[in-house]
Design a protein around this ligand. Structure first.
Ligand SMILES: *Cc1c(COP(=O)(O)O)cnc(C)c1O
Length: 502
């Protein structure tokens, strides 16, 4: 299987080349020429397998140029041996007879990004070896909080790699910020971007990928840039696996019979996680509707309802910061499919987005989009209310992002009457966004003036759930990264870190 670009008919590349490059030379995103198909028998056969074995079945057809031995080593090193603090890796928990929470946050940084960023270094290192690449790979990351920490943890001290993370200084939670600033590792750099939001940081990184001069100069010094954001295909493909795994768990428990359709609800920001669910559906997983949940940055809700993607609106800072995004990069891959696989059309929409800040897709692709996707958003008040209600009704604690999806799922059910069993992607541990979670559970007055670390302990005592390893004692760890820059200085910062290139 080869990989092509969303934006122009470039010569197809291998999966290793796509993963090393991160982004296509025309600025587009790589995607597979075709999707492998899974029969119902193949899906049913997953029930008897462990998580690493299931992941291997999904990864193999997408990554045919990797040796089976390399892929096996990668899935075992990632998903077994205790890097995830749950034996099932991504357990499915029944909230009520129709709602199944897919807990994706049992990895070392307590957010779902670990599911892909723990395996990506293995895939990248094998690809570098397979391609005879001798340069040091510099992984540039823009983060709204969770990707940065997960990339740092995944690539820590991985030979031949170096990571530079940019995060909006005011745009992440206290816990997220400390997680990154206290990160140890000899090949890691963390830069706070001041007076910026996530889109500014992401645009800054994209500008570096588009800067020929800088790339050539880095190349001469033995460096090669790549991305660990979900624009990298190596991030997307491991995420497809957990949707198959969740369905296999439903089969195993008898909650659904083979072939019975389910819905999937996903709290969405950059559109990577829900796009993985879309790929799973294309490959034959019995999925009816994909429910796209947004916070008050409701740009995807508007797009899915009207076909107009319009960034000319205020950026709102919410309690679910990992979804505070106005440019959802991965939507471009879906647009390619909706366009009838017409890169010229995608290129035009992306050019309009860049020049005018908006584009509109016509009736036919819009109808195709709405046949699969349903979208709504959740206000800040509703987020807190959902956390409180879920705790009261089910003694189950959800984080702010998961709450957004639960709220939108309830709206979907009310408006459509569809009560099909639903897999809901839970994307972070509630302890990671504990300020809002604690306010919701204990009441605003009861937590006033208490810092996030006191609240962490209170939440743990109340629920009886242990604080995840990586969040314990965070406030006592030494701060190792101090660099701050403006968005306009990001390229200069990269040059400085790499020893004065360009
Ligand atoms: C990244 C993230 C999201 C959004 O996922 P996308 O793939 O960017 O849509 C949602 N919740 C949490 C906790 C995240 O870290």
């Amino acid at each position: 299987m080869k990989y092509i670009s969303t934006r122009s008919p470039i010569a197809p590349v291998s999966s290793m080349q796509a993963i090393i490059a991160g982004i296509a030379p025309d600025g587009g995103l790589y995607l597979p020429e075709t999707q492998p198909a899974f029969s119902l028998d193949q899906i049913t056969a997953l029930t008897d397998l462990s998580y690493p074995q299931r992941a291997l079945r999904i990864l193999q057809p997408f990554l045919p140029d990797y040796t089976p031995a390399d892929l096996t080593t990668a899935v075992l090193a990632t998903y077994s041996g205790g890097r995830f603090d749950h034996p099932s890796v991504a357990p499915l928990r029944r909230l009520d007879p129709d709602t199944y929470i897919l807990e994706l946050w049992h990895g070392p940084t307590s957010a779902f990004k670990d599911m892909a960023l723990q395996i990506l270094p293995h895939l990248l290192v094998s690809a570098l070896r397979g391609q005879g690449e001798e340069k040091e790979v510099v992984i540039l990351v823009a983060t709204s909080g969770d990707t940065g920490k997960a990339a740092l943890e995944g690539f820590r001290d991985v030979p031949s790699t170096r990571v530079i993370v940019f995060f909006p200084e005011q745009g992440v939670s206290q816990v997220q910020k400390l997680q990154m600033l206290t990160q140890a590792g000899g090949n890691l750099h963390v830069v706070a971007v001041s007076d910026a939001n996530f889109d500014d940081a992401q645009n800054g990184v994209k500008a570096i990928f588009a800067n020929r001069e800088l790339i050539v100069s880095a190349d001469k010094r033995g460096f090669r840039f790549t991305s660990a954001n979900s624009i990298n295909w190596g991030r997307l493909v491991p995420q497809i696996a957990y949707y198959f795994s969740a369905y296999a768990d439903l089969l195993q428990s008898g909650a659904v019979s083979p072939g019975a359709p389910v819905n999937i609800a996903v709290p969405t920001g950059n559109f990577g996680n829900i796009l993985a669910a879309w790929y799973a559906r294309e490959m034959g997983l019995p999925v009816k509707t994909l429910i796209c949940a947004s916070n008050e940055n409701r740009i995807l809700t508007d797009f899915i309802r009207t076909g107009v993607y319009d960034t000319r609106r205020a950026f709102i800072k919410t309690s679910s910061p990992s979804m505070d995004i106005l440019i959802s990069s991965n939507l471009e891959r879906l647009l390619y499919h909706l366009s009838g696989q017409d890169p010229a059309l995608v290129n035009r929409w992306m050019a309009e987005l860049k020049s005018a800040g908006a584009y509109r897709i016509p009736g036919e692709p819009l109808t195709a989009l709405q046949a699969i996707f349903w979208a709504d958003f959740c206000s800040e008040g509703e987020t807190r209310q959902t956390i409180r209600q879920t705790w009261q009704d089910h003694a189950y604690l959800v984080d702010t992002h998961t709450a957004v999806a639960l709220n939108v799922l309830s709206k979907y059910r009310r408006q459509t009457g569809d009560s099909s069993p639903t897999i809901l992607a839970s994307t972070a541990s509630p302890f990671k966004f504990n300020q809002t979670v604690a306010e919701a559970v204990f009441g605003q007055e009861a937590v006033a003036g208490q810092d996030e670390f006191t609240l962490l302990n209170r939440l743990s005592q109340t629920t009886g759930w242990p604080i995840p390893e990586n969040l314990r004692d965070l406030q006592h760890k030494p701060v190792r990264h101090q660099t701050v820059c403006h968005p306009a200085e990001m390229q200069a910062e990269v040059s400085r870190i790499l020893g004065g290139i360009a």
